[in-house]
Design a protein around this ligand. Structure first.
Ligand SMILES: Nc1ncnc2c1ncn2[C@@H]1O[C@H](COP(=O)(O)OP(=O)(O)OP(=O)(O)O)[C@@H](O)[C@H]1O
Length: 265
């Protein structure tokens, strides 16, 4: 476990709220969300559908604007952090352009940011190797399995080497065996790169397996009902899921979801 107590938070929300105005009236997507995420933490957000997990991630990424409270990312406003390319974002679907090769997809943000051709090639090589896709750069997305496509989309988010990686249910559409493998790989990647990760999931085992901190949320309006600091060691073989400690943390998450009436998870 990393010592995050002495450093300023990388992401800090204080009394954050977001109300969407819709034709059916206001939708309180987030209410009074306060949370600090330290450098190098792996933080999962779990809660039933509609509890505001994606909305919170999108606020961090400056893709939504909170209507209440304060949010800082790397000590600046979310807008400023976005302009400073503070984070990479991985969406639920891999979202690769089918007419571009895997390398072409990973390169896209680097092209937009004006990196030199040599730098682009170097970074693509490095991130494809980080996600175990060396040798697949010339393939097109349809030539890869779903899991490989999602790894390519992680590589794209890593390409400009931001300190923060925001991941919105990246493995939700994959079967359990592939998901297990990607979970293991993601932990290794996190250990190698020391990124700060915000990760949305519906899966209790996934949240417990991956996280240093688990944020349990409840809907209507989206609030934090529990924040669990994991006591699991940083090295986590998959069979850690059979350990007593793991089962106890999973139990606490489940209780938190129940307390927030999270019966839809
Ligand atoms: N642009 C929008 N306009 C109006 N309401 C919205 C908008 N975006 C989200 N919402 C509403 O805000 C609430 C929170 O949505 P959000 O997508 O953040 O939930 P979630 O926890 O990520 O759900 P899921 O697990 O299903 O992805 C929901 O009630 C949703 O319908």
């Amino acid at each position: 476990m990393k010592d995050t107590a002495t450093t300023a938070p990388v992401i800090e929300a204080k009394g954050l709220g977001l109300t969407f105005q819709t034709s059916d009236g206001p939708v309180h997507a987030l209410k009074d969300v306060s949370l600090a995420i330290g450098k190098g933490e792996f933080v999962s957000f779990i809660g039933p559908s509609g509890c505001g997990k994606t909305t919170f991630l999108r606020c961090i990424a400056a893709l939504e604007r909170p209507t209440e409270g304060v949010l800082t990312v790397n000590g600046m406003s979310a807008d400023a952090a976005r302009q400073a390319r503070a984070y990479g974002y991985v969406f639920q679907a891999a979202g690769l352009y089918p007419w571009r090769t895997i390398a072409g997809n990973v390169k896209l943000p680097l092209e937009i940011m004006g990196f030199s051709r040599e730098e682009q090639e170097e970074r693509v090589r490095k991130v494809l190797s980080l996600v175990d896709l060396e040798g697949f750069g010339k393939k097109f997305p349809w030539q890869l399995s779903g899991g490989m496509q999602q790894r390519a989309s992680i590589a794209r988010a890593l390409a400009f080497d931001a300190d923060i990686l925001l991941m919105d249910e990246p493995f939700g559409a994959l079967d359990e065996i592939v998901r297990d493998r990607l979970n293991e790989e993601l932990l290794k990647l996190w250990a190698r790169t020391q990124k700060t990760i915000g990760f949305v999931t519906h899966s209790i085992p996934e949240a417990v397996y991956l996280s240093t901190k688990i944020v349990v949320m409840s809907p209507r309006p989206g609030r934090i009902t529990d924040v669990i600091e994991s006591t699991l060691p940083k090295e986590r073989p998959l069979d850690i899921r059979d350990s007593r400690e793991f089962i106890e943390i999973a139990h606490r998450v489940r209780e938190g979801l129940r307390a927030g009436h999270g019966d839809e998870v």
